[in-house]
Write a new protein. Sequence first.
Length: 243
Amino acid sequence: MTEGVDIYDPNFVKEVFDRCSSRYIGYSYFFSLGFTERWRKQCIAAIPLPDAPLSQGYDLMAGTGESWPHLLKRFPDIHAITAVDISTGMHELAMDRLHQHRTHKIEFIEDDVLASSLPDESADFVVSTFGLKTFTPDQHAQLAALIARILKPGGVFSLIEASDPRGWWARRAYMFHLKVVLPFVESLLLRGAQDFAMIGSYTSNFGDASDFAAMLRNEGLNVEFNKHFFGCATGVAGNKQAG
Ligand SMILES: C[S@@+](CC[C@H](N)C(=O)[O-])C[C@H]1O[C@@H](n2cnc3c(N)ncnc32)[C@H](O)[C@@H]1O
């Protein structure tokens, strides 16, 4: 909670990303020194080799669809990606400006993923990049159940999120950079800096993806937890047992 506001309320999150959408890509690339793009690629590379070619699936909290080029490059047989995102701003930017040439392969659902009614066993794959931080542990448990429900038997998944690199010798300096230096630089340079500072708060509250890995295991999925760059990003990847 921040000043009596629930920062994990989906409507609050939607407004943050609607306001940030036009500057989100440049911001995240520049202020992460290109690491966000590298981590998206690593998230897609972590998808386990499926038994059959991937045909259709979901990008949850898809934003502007930054992971689609990597996904379609690694799995050229994919013919349909259903992107789910709550933000109208991110949705419009994705479909109107960034991915016009691939709209035949993309369906965009603008909705709260946890309230959406995605069909059971409808996905060969589920991916998500940087979409975990704006959820509480309860919401993570709902998301884990959703992923287990929508994957087909044998379906594969990979998700990644920026994380707190616990145990890394340079952690204190890194967290100082994230929580103090970046918000200060942003407040000098960026209109709407408080929204980007919110994204920093979500990241530091998140911790890492290890609890989420356990929730996915509880749902019966095979899960590997992985760390990137000393734990500055963590991810989960795995599959649902083939039937
Ligand atoms: C940090 S952005 C990541 C976007 C993109 N996947 C990327 O790699 O850049 C997080 C996205 O999650 C979306 N989001 C947050 N909560 C959501 C929810 N409950 N349902 C659907 N989308 C949500 C936001 O609108 C935002 O676009």
